[in-house]
Design a protein around this ligand. Structure first.
Ligand SMILES: [Zn+2]
Length: 533
């Protein structure tokens, strides 16, 4: 529903959207919404970034009576406090703020904390929720990266990224690093970039330089061996041109809400280091906010990526190493010495039989963060990841000192890794990750007055041990409310759900046309995995 007197926004072009959510202004004489509990929608362009624009900008929003967890390492937690947002920034936090001209959101019965920062997600996999949850790593590589990856048309890619980012927002994730393999054509890349930007989330769109299989489902398979042989070739000219085009079209503003990054191929599968170094040096010419690299998931052969990068002097703060389960302490120190960081996907790493590195890396003094990774196995929220990390951390500590009565790791440490530490790990530490005056207003309200959480004793336990997406009442990104009263604002969910179902049926049909065995053998060879029953 539109607020009375409000004209619908006109849809904007991709380029306009990329430049920022500033084109939708109140028509003369329109009634500007001042009721924070009113749902605001825009039929012509339902993205929150657009619909909330003139309702929120130049407004002050005052959250009152919340339990506030600043997570900045300096400020005291407030058992009951107020937080003021002016435009896109946090303007004040105090036990009691007396502000006249703000729209007031009664936040009593909630915990107010920074939005979560997910530093690793393959957002394009959103339509594959639960496709199979008993696969091993080779199954994942064969089916998802080898087969489903080539079943997407551009409209499937755009829908997947938009809905995936909405799923993240709905659960309180306000910043997302999208490691995007799916650059199959220019149209795919456009759809993926637009999907993330349109969702209203903050983050980094990491363009994947993968040489995906150039095979269309249903095509004559006799040429498949040759096409599979090309997958590990050097970075091709098409990617160089397309990545540059995407950066210039959507991410020219390096301070925008969503920024450009690179998702490198798995360098460990390359036969020598020169291709890796050449690709890395080219990547840096595009000034990416981060270069996301999968490492140490299985073998570190034939190329020991971290050691080679260290010896070439190429480990710098712009690198985000993902997983790293099989890296040695020496290799982790090389990452730390270079000022780079690590993202651990706790649940998925454990389910594929790898021990998460986040605690080891943190102990060595490194900058750790956590990510969701692939939502084919688990829900796309941070609560499950935080609980998995907490329990893994506690178990590891107990096993090291089985007879000592060591107090358990507190939830606050985990919440730090999911917020402020993660923001620092991706270079967004000055922007987001904590409730700090002057930082962007990226935050969430978690209901603590619901069944199962009342009465609430410890707000950290409420978020980490008891939290789930249905308790997330309100989410704000960049000063714009994207979720309110438990519902995403301006989103036609039944229409999106129908579109996802149609997309799933198309993807499934295309998948059935692809021969599996040569693709499986190719991935096993690339990752040095033995095929067994
Ligand atoms: Zn990944």
């Amino acid at each position: 529903m539109l607020a009375e007197g409000v004209a619908p926004c006109k849809p904007r072009s991709a380029r306009q959207r990329a430049q920022g959510p500033t084109s939708c202004r109140p028509p003369d004489g329109a009634i500007v919404c001042t009721n924070s509990r009113q749902e605001i929608g825009c039929d012509a362009n339902p993205a929150p970034a657009d619909t909330m624009d003139w309702h929120m900008n130049k407004h002050r929003t005052l959250f009152t009576g919340a339990t506030i967890l600043p997570m900045d390492g300096k400020s005291e937690d407030l058992a009951v406090g107020d937080l003021l947002v002016e435009d896109d920034l946090i303007a004040a936090i105090a036990p009691n703020l007396d502000i006249d001209d703000a729209q007031v959101i009664d936040a009593s019965g909630t915990v107010l904390c920074p939005g979560f920062v997910d530093t690793h997600r393959h957002t394009w996999q959103t339509p594959l929720h639960g496709v199979r949850t008993d696969w091993n790593l080779l199954d994942y590589l064969t089916y998802i990266r080898g087969m489903y990856c080539i079943c997407y048309e551009p409209e499937d890619a755009a829908l997947a990224n938009r809905v995936g980012a909405l799923e993240a927002l709905d659960s309180g994730i306000t910043t997302l690093v999208d490691h995007s393999h799916l650059q199959l054509s220019e149209a795919h890349s456009d759809g993926l970039a637009e999907g993330i930007i349109d969702s209203g989330i903050r983050g980094i769109f990491c363009y994947g330089t993968y040489r995906n299989l150039a095979y269309k489902p249903g095509q004559d398979a006799s040429d498949l061996p040759r096409l599979l042989g090309e997958v590990n070739g050097p970075l091709n000219e098409w990617h160089k041109k397309n990545a540059t085009r995407i950066r210039d079209t959507y991410f020219a503003d390096e301070s925008a809400r969503v920024r450009f990054g690179i998702a490198s191929r798995e360098f460990e599968t390359l036969p020598e280091s020169e291709s890796m170094l050449e690709e890395l040096r080219w990547s840096r010419t595009l000034r990416p906010a981060r270069i996301s690299i999968h490492v140490g998931m299985s073998s570190r052969e034939p190329l020991n990526v971290v050691r080679e990068l260290h010896e070439a002097g190429e480990i710098r703060p712009d690198l985000l190493f993902v997983h790293g389960n099989h890296l040695t302490d020496d290799e982790l120190r090389m990452i730390i010495d270079g000022g780079a960081s690590v993202s651990s996907a706790i649940e998925i790493e454990m389910t594929y039989g790898a021990y998460p590195v986040v605690n080891r890396f943190t102990r060595l003094g490194g900058q750790s963060s956590i990510g969701i990774d692939a939502t084919i196995d688990f829900g796309g929220d941070m609560f499950g990841q935080m609980r998995a990390l907490l329990n893994e951390w506690r178990l590891e500590r107990s096993l090291q000192n089985p007879l000592k009565m060591t107090r358990k790791v507190h939830q606050k440490k985990v919440l730090e890794i999911a917020t402020v530490r993660a923001a620092e790990a991706i270079g967004f530490g000055d922007l987001t990750g904590s409730l700090t005056v002057g930082k962007k207003a990226d935050l969430l309200l978690l209901r603590t007055d619901a069944l199962g959480l009342t009465p609430m004793w410890d707000p950290y336990a409420a978020v980490v041990n008891y939290g789930n997406p249905s308790l997330v009442d309100t989410v704000m990104v960049d000063g714009r409310i994207v979720k309110r009263n438990g519902k995403l604002v301006g989103i036609d969910w039944p229409a999106l759900r129908d579109a996802l179902e149609r997309s799933r049926a198309d993807i499934r049909r295309r998948f059935s046309l692809i021969p599996e065995q040569p693709i499986r053998e190719r991935w096993a060879q690339g990752f040095r995995i033995e095929i067994s029953d």
